[in-house]
Design a protein around this ligand. Sequence first.
Ligand SMILES: C[S@@+](CC[C@H](N)C(=O)[O-])C[C@H]1O[C@@H](n2cnc3c(N)ncnc32)[C@H](O)[C@@H]1O
Length: 209
Amino acid sequence: MQFPDPEIHQYLHEMAPKRLSILKEMEALAEKEKFPAVGPLVGGFLYQLAKISQAKMIFELGSGFGYSALWMASALTTGGRIICTEFDPERAKLGMKFLERAKLRSKVIYEVGDAVQSLNRYQGPFDMIFVDLDKEAYPEVIPLAESRLKAGGILVADNVLWSGRILEDQDQSKSTQGIRLFNATMAKHPDFFTTIIPLRDGVSLSLKK
Ligand SMILES: C[S@@+](CC[C@H](N)C(=O)[O-])C[C@H]1O[C@@H](n2cnc3c(N)ncnc32)[C@H](O)[C@@H]1O
């Protein structure tokens, strides 16, 4: 299976939102280093979600060098904050530099260490939580995120179609199993309403009831 369809993907890229030159610089860096940043399609979608929900407090699990964080930080309402988490200190340092250059540093707290432990330390309530850490950890984020989101808050997760590998029975890797369990749990979770959007590598959007 080829997912996403390359021609549709190309078309969507042609329709990608206009963006700051610093985001294009980060995209080029991600491309060069083969780093899995969300890219402009999902970045733009995160920006929209943060704007629509008028987010003031956002938590991101797995921030890398701040690409998705920069999109979300630029959508925060006045006085808003995004908590970024990354266990690679060099990547976090680079992220802070990019956010500084984008004049968004004051809106961001970068936590270096395990993202799940970090979320555990924050009480919330958050308007939006974005999940983009190691895929095997996705399921354990669910109960924690539920307790840290406000009613009406949103839980967003990237890579939930995992290049179509979720459908390949022979793939029993921890990451693929983590995503399968995350999707199945969210689909029947009594406290969330979830839609999977087949954008790029699949984005799951869950509204906390
Ligand atoms: C897919 S990349 C994130 C990309 C970022 N969201 C973006 O779009 O720019 C995942 C990042 O999360 C970090 N990571 C993975 N698991 C983590 C964990 N449990 N705690 C903290 N960071 C983690 C990795 O080091 C990597 O930089």
